[in-house]
Design a protein around this ligand. Structure first.
Ligand SMILES: [Zn+2]
Length: 260
């Protein structure tokens, strides 16, 4: 991929083994960029990934995308992979979000991968390791909930990069988010809470199976916290786990959810 530093590894991949490209799977190294680079060169590792990012914003490529990297067991044949420097539980840095978006935008151009968060191993788009369950090695904590909450932001950035190659109905200027409703607050029962819950689901911050209700209850608050932690500029100052969405966050959330 142009823009990625080519760091080919001599072992730990299957030559010509990439049968299809459904999308890109996001991982967390639970270690350092340099350490992962040397580990993938070790025969004992029996592991690799196509791409890697450092917290400082480096992007490298270890395995050609015609070849199968060994990153997510049964998901290897049909998904590309990107490993990200960091510990389990970390969020990706702003630079890492950009690098992942570049990888996704390139796969969109090269393999027609749709610019969306994938809805599972049989879907397409931007996925993450744990979504494959035991068939993908059962790595339930890779890449961790903070990174999963950032997938929608990576997609948003990739769409921006893809520009003219995005579908023709992808016109951000035609979309206006609904007005911020008065009376919307945590632990309050208001019909507008349902509108918020639908947007949280559409943007990937709330599980699709959660029942909608008039109450801005604990599940809605948890989803808003996820959204705020992925976009700290919209939470109240000095409040790391802010469950109350404000007018600016409301607009940003609706753009993420529906400006497609
Ligand atoms: Zn992983």
């Amino acid at each position: 991929m142009p823009g990625a530093k080519w760091r080919p590894i001599p072992v730990n991949f299957t030559k010509g083994g990439q049968d299809d490209v459904r999308g890109v799977v996001v991982h967390i190294m639970d270690g350092s960029y340099a350490g992962t680079d040397s580990w993938f060169r070790d025969l004992k590792a029996k592991a690799s990934a196509h791409f890697g990012t450092s917290r400082a914003g480096d992007l490298c490529q270890w395995v050609d995308t015609a070849d199968r990297a060994w990153a997510q067991a049964d998901g290897n044949r049909t998904w590309l992979s990107v490993e990200n420097e960091g510990r389990g539980g970390d969020a990706l840095t702003d630079d890492q979000l950009d690098r992942c978006a570049e990888v996704l935008a390139w796969t969109h151009k090269t393999y027609s991968v749709p610019l969306q968060v994938a809805n599972g191993p049989s879907g397409r788009g931007l996925g993450y390791h744990a979504m494959g369950g035991s068939a993908w090695g059962g790595h339930t904590s890779c890449p961790g909930s903070h990174v999963v909450a950032q997938l929608a932001e990576i997609v948003r950035r990739a769409r921006k990069l893809a520009g003219g190659t995005a579908p023709s109905d992808d016109d951000p200027s035609t979309y206006t988010p609904p007005k911020f409703p008065t009376g919307l607050a945590p632990n309050k029962a208001e019909p507008c809470a349902r509108t918020l819950q639908r947007a949280l689901k559409a943007a990937g911050y709330m599980p699709k199976g959660v029942k909608e209700a008039d109450n801005y209850g604990p599940q809605t608050q948890a989803a808003v916290i996820k959204f705020h932690n992925a976009h700290p500029q919209y939470r109240a100052k000095g409040k790391p786990n802010d469950p109350a969405i404000g007018p600016k966050g409301w607009s940003a959330l609706f753009r993420l959810a529906y400006d497609k």
